[in-house]
Ligand binder design. Sequence first.
Ligand code: FE2
Ligand code: FE2
Length: 339
Amino acid sequence: MSKLMTANTIEEAVRKARSSRIYANESNAARTNLFNQITYESSTGGNMPLHKYGFLRYQGVMPLNLPDGLRIVVLPDIHAPAHNKQWLWAIEQFLAEYRPHILIFIGDSTDFFFLSRWPKPPRQGYNAMQELEESRELHDRLIKVSGCLWAFETEGNHENRTNSFLSAVAPQISTLVDMDSQEPVMNYSKLLGYKGDEKITFVSDERGFGGYGGCIILNGQIRLIHGLPLRPRAGGSPRVFTDQLGQSVMHGHSHRIGENHRETLTEVLSAQEIGYLANPNRAEMSYHNLLSNGHPGFAAGEVIGGTVNLELVPIIQALTNDRLRFSFWYGDREYTTED
Ligand SMILES: [Fe+2]
Ligand SMILES: [Fe+2]
């Protein structure tokens, strides 16, 4: 952290922070110390340390305050088990080097295809437990390889498929809550098998908003939410809310990548759509060609001088060693998929 504080410019701080040497040398004690400074603002106005009061589930808007030097990776629209294994393989290499302190899944990380109204291919079984187990394994692997100290998941419309399905076919029991947790019986964290002692928080909306209502606000500056009503161009949909809220907005859901900036008298507000990580050729993604400008990617960055700097990291196809591969760049380092 102190290294960042000695930088004279933001550019210098970013360059220093991006040197993988720093990440490799970062001791676990230093990581824990940084993580312990994360607080969330309670509704009564107090700042509570996350490591003491972490939630498994949180409903609504979660305001977090992050200290300088903290690194963040945001992964959109994985749609497990229809995730793109090549891209995620390369992202795992990046996560292992970048070692984010927190990892944010920004929704639609599980597809719930078994509940989908989209046509299923013939002779291919879609099994609820298999989907959930595969998604849980992927979550665990990404969390482990990144070495993150906490993970967050802002639930999306796909995680809400259990609610919409029950409301449609069995409305009489769709409002049942578990007597222990007072949560809907089909809640997502429970289906994945996460318990209260695990370092992950699922942020969901109040029921009835289609799965889009839960979000995280970082340092009072940027709102991370699964999705918003879409505008024709990437960067346009979050921009509407950036203008309304006077706050930067980042979302997934559109499977597009693009950003838009607005300079005010005091700051620059960003509106970012950060792409997707599903495999567009899978049956689960049959609607993908209905989306315009779909583009894979994710976001990563860090807190510098109290400001949360999150950048889009597009995944592109490029010739690498005479082979057409997918790759992305972060800092001066290229991450490439294997054959
Ligand atoms: Fe999605
Ligand atoms: Fe979505």
